[in-house]
Design a protein around this ligand. Structure first.
Ligand code: TTP
Ligand code: MG
Length: 364
């Protein structure tokens, strides 16, 4: 049975993103097959297609295909180089529009994001209105289309946004999950790539319905943990939350040395410098920390981390320095003489100070 308490999730994905931006910038390209990727060099180019317009997709061209093959399939297409700077700028503007929507927002790539509207949307009808509002805003402001999926969880929302591209809006209500998923090919499940698809095919599994009815123990035997995960997704189960990423989880700085460092005094000096750098970034971003972590890589490439957590939030550079030096000396005591190839300093368990708060005293 579906878990109905998961709420409503949205997945927004821009249509043929890079090529749509190019067409917007050069309207004379509208309606033509446009392929964005590396130079085709009259069919001898060795790179790949990044993406292409829906007109080019009719010729069988698609993302990640060798550009030479794309050239063979559609030699009269307009081939354009990747202008990442432009796509990133447009992406930021689009994400700003999506973010305005009430609820939780999680950007997952240059052109897609999840939303959890929380209590601001009471039912699927209201969700549809919100999605139409988002689509409309993006189009009005950026002259670009996107597709949105609305479903009880992230995985189904993502599959739904892809279901009716371009300019689509697909809603999968909880009682429609099974009939929506079952006929789809397993490759529609996020994370199932070509190799997994082939293995599943050999087991006689073509559709998501086939996967759902398969013996989960055999799947676990073949794929381990991801076997269980794909089985759950086939049943429409996905408990992942929409995670807002504006929170910084840690701040760190590390250095790999030209020559391994055996002298503990020198290692301590390096820790002081790294700690100062971490502290400066911490202060700029206005965070307090509770945990300091030392990372070491030895001359044989083995890598260790050692942490120390304080009971209260701290802000001082000296606490980072002293904490990491203690951790290093402890490490040397336990492991004998060490030759360090890399040293790193990290602070985590962060707390963001509010505007106007400048010191720990303000916070306490
Ligand atoms: P996608 O959203 O996967 O593709 P898309 O937006 O071009 O088309 P669709 O309408 O099907 O969503 O990827 C977003 C961008 O990421 C895409 O425009 C180009 C880039 N990309 C690559 O550079 N290489 C790839 O293999 C893929 C899949 C995408
Ligand atoms: Mg896209």
């Amino acid at each position: 049975m579906m878990n109905l308490s998961e709420g409503i999730k949205f997945h927004v994905d821009m249509d043929s993103f890079y090529s749509s931006v190019e067409v917007r910038e050069n309207p004379e390209l509208k309606g033509y097959p446009v392929i964005v990727g590396s130079d085709p060099k009259d069919g001898t180019g060795r790179g790949v297609v990044s993406t292409c317009s829906y007109e080019a997709r009719e010729y069988g061209v698609g993302s990640a295909m060798p550009i030479s093959k794309a050239y063979r399939l559609c030699p009269h297409a307009v081939f354009l180089p990747v202008n990442m700077k432009l796509y990133k700028q447009v992406s930021s503007k689009v994400m700003e529009i999506i973010k305005k929507f009430t609820g939780k927002f999680e950007q997952v790539s240059v052109d897609e994001a999840y939303l959890d509207p929380g209590d601001s949307v009471k039912n699927y009808d209201e969700a549809v209105l919100s999605a139409q509002w988002i689509k409309n805003e993006i189009y009005q402001q950026e002259k670009l289309t996107c597709s949105i999926g609305i479903a009880p969880n992230k995985a189904i929302a993502k599959i739904a946004s892809d279901f009716n591209k371009p300019d689509g809006l697909t809603v999968v209500r909880p009682d429609e999950v099974e009939q929506f998923l079952s006929p789809l090919p397993v490759s529609k499940i996020p994370g199932i790539g070509r190799k997994t698809n082939e293995t599943l095919d050999k087991l006689g599994i073509q559709t998501i319905g086939d996967l759902k009815n398969f013996d989960v123990q055999i799947l676990i035997g073949k794929f381990g943990k991801s076997g269980l995960r794909m089985y759950q997704l086939a049943k429409g189960i996905d408990h992942r939350e929409v995670e807002e990423q504006n929170e910084v989880k840690s701040i760190s700085k590390e250095d790999t040395f030209d020559e391994d460092i055996a002298d503990p005094i020198l290692a301590e000096e390096i820790i002081d410098i790294l700690s100062e750098e971490v502290h400066s970034s911490l202060t700029k971003k206005k965070y307090l920390f509770k945990t300091v972590t030392l990372k070491v890589r030895l001359d044989d490439f083995t890598t260790f981390t050692r942490s120390k957590t304080f009971v209260s939030y701290r802000s001082e550079a000296d606490v980072i320095k002293k904490g990491c030096k203690e951790l290093m000396n402890q490490f040397i005591r336990n492991n004998g003489n060490c030759k360090f190839r890399l040293l790193g300093v990290e602070v985590s368990k962060l707390f963001k100070m509010k505007d106007g708060q400048t010191t720990l005293t303000d916070f306490l």
